[in-house]
Design a protein around this ligand. Sequence first.
Ligand code: DC
Length: 225
Amino acid sequence: MSRARPVIAIDGPAGVGKSTTARVLAQRLDYILVDTGALYRGVALAARDRGISWDDEGATVQLSGELQLRFESEADGTPRLWIDGVDRADEIRTPEISAAASQVSAYPGVRRALLGIQRSLGRDGGVVLEGRDIGTIVFPDAEVKLFLTASAEERARRRAQDLQDRGMTADQDQILAQIRARDKADSTRPIAPLRPAEDAVILDSTSLDLEAVVQHALELVRACN
Ligand code: DC
């Protein structure tokens, strides 16, 4: 069944600018924004709350099926993750939870548990979903598929700048090492690895600014109407 408004899939590695691109795109189109990485982060955080080791695949998978995960939107459309009725959106953003989210996202049972939530959020279209496997697994029939890339060095530079802009200290070399480790883990896992769908448009944003990337995406949306 065709949708009245498209599903827009934005995939790519850590720090490539998916979140910002997806947020601006959703604002301009007045679409819903779904941050799928937040769900994996939520599982990692909830496991830590309960004293479940991230190495314990069985317990982590069981937990992922029991959690109540939902989003509430901020005024600018940014999704905030609520876990079991509590806003945990800020706590899921630490480097520790980033690494743990990458670890638990490699468990097939966790991916299965989170698939239904992602599909139900996007089913009716008029939605921008950002993640790693939206165009390949979650919505292989998405009307628009954009896969963003940028060099690891440029992604580390952007992330460090972002942290500094928010008044935090940032060690760019350490961020680069974390980005490389996460790239490796996310793209070499056997299930739903990070890779572009065959019909995705691949855009290298290393030397593009945000507006240029958004314009590319808007052109793809116009082309599918
Ligand atoms: O986008 P993010 O950095 O918040 O994602 C955190 C981790 O979750 C990432 O390292 C891999 C995993 N992830 C995934 O496996 N599939 C997705 N669709 C989104 C995120």
